[in-house]
Design a binder for this molecule. Structure first.
Ligand code: AQP
Length: 342
């Protein structure tokens, strides 16, 4: 089976964007691929964060994965920091990464320009190397990536090729290694179109955990009254009828797209159903669809989060399985790079 790895950062409440952009797609992937889904807690400290909340967010995120249908008889679910190889391999990879490669990452350029390059943490520059470690450790064939992560995956590929070239192949064989590649070079798996969920308060920005206003997102654990209120107050427009793809109506496109994703129906069907509606008719429909879709996830989440022994066991088993694969890759990398065997 081909292998896929993917994860979400426990940096706040998991929202509809994380769900439709990542977690929900995992449910079908786990049937076809060998899958590892992790909670990327080491990445969650890249920017200033609240240490009091990290552990709880990590557990919550794991429970949400399971509540959404990640099935641990098919997929491994684990916490990134529980597999020590991630940080160890990152150091080895860092030593093979030219600073220039990291300097040209758009996300670093944008964030460091905003804050001033002297003020941002080193990790903002180097976190793509940790991401490369996350992927390469598992000899992944595919990595699901959105538009904003494409450049980082390209860096992962370049790094894998560079390390394979510098230390793998014949040189490694001569040193007693098994020869060939140290790392598999992973391919991007582009998620289905339309899976980019936008903010409820601005149809041109993506729905995000870090947006200051909670009104801008639907969190998977939002209760009915909160969802009702958020949809009531979300940004709309005063055009007649409802339609997809009108560049002057990004909010309308987003709300219809969310409705479509929830319904599992085609865009044409939704366009036809909603074309003659006004916001007063559509909003309660959307609210009901959201509440109905999220309710079973929330019930399951409550069951899982209140059984801490169960969750601990799942995460320990996941980390043990992941460590087996990760340690093998790490040991190969150490050996190929000339380290004395432990
Ligand atoms: N709005 C979105 N629409 C579709 N997919 C989205 N993802 C995030 N936001 C949307 C996808 O969720 C996964 C988790 O990504 P992450 O935890 O690394 O967080 P992120 O991409 O940085 O986005 P967040 O969750 O909104 O966090 P902040 O606010 O910290 O940036 C990824 O697969 C991502 O594509």
């Amino acid at each position: 089976k081909k292998r896929i790895v993917s994860g979400v950062q426990p940096t706040g409440s998991i929202h509809l964007g994380n769900y439709f952009g990542a977690i929900r797609n995992w449910i079908s992937l786990q049937n076809t691929y060998d899958t590892l889904f992790f909670i990327v807690d080491l990445h969650a400290i890249t920017l200033p964060y609240d240490a009091q909340k990290l552990a709880k967010s990590t557990r919550d995120t794991a429970a949400i994965y399971l509540a959404c249908g990640v099935d641990t008889s098919k997929a491994s679910v684990f916490v990134q920091s529980h597999v020590r190889a991630h940080v160890e391999l990152m150091w080895l990879l860092s030593c093979a990464t030219p600073v220039g490669w990291l300097n040209r990452m758009i996300q670093f350029k944008e964030k460091s320009r905003k804050e001033g390059v002297e003020n941002v943490g080193v990790a903002l520059l180097t976190y793509p190397v940790l991401m490369a470690s996350d992927i390469l450790l598992y000899q992944s064939d595919f990595v699901p990536v959105g538009e904003d992560q494409k450049q980082h995956l390209e860096l992962t590929r370049e790094l894998a090729e560079r390390v394979n070239y510098l230390y793998g192949g014949k040189k490694w064989k001569k040193m007693g290694g098994r020869g060939g590649a140290i790392f598999k070079v992973p391919e991007p798996l582009i998620p289905p179109a339309g899976a980019r969920v936008m903010s409820l308060t601005d149809g041109l920005s993506k729905m995000s955990k870090s947006a200051p206003s909670d009104q801008s997102r639907i969190n998977l654990l939002d209760p009915k009254d909160v969802i009702t209120n958020k949809i009531k107050r979300c940004k709309t427009d005063s055009f007649p009828g409802l339609e997809f793809d009108n560049p002057e109506r990004p909010e309308c496109n987003n709300l219809l797209s969310i409705y479509q994703l929830l319904s599992g129906r085609t865009k044409e069907e939704i366009a036809e159903e909603c074309q003659g509606m006004n916001w007063g008719t559509f909003k309660p429909l959307l609210t009901d669809a959201l509440v109905d879709h999220l309710h079973p996830i929330q019930v399951r989440y409550q069951e899982i989060i209140s059984d801490s022994a169960y969750l601990d066991r799942i995460l320990a088993e996941g980390a043990a399985k992941a460590s087996d694969i990760a340690d093998a890759t790490l040991n190969n990398a150490y050996q190929a790079m000339g380290f004395l065997q432990r």
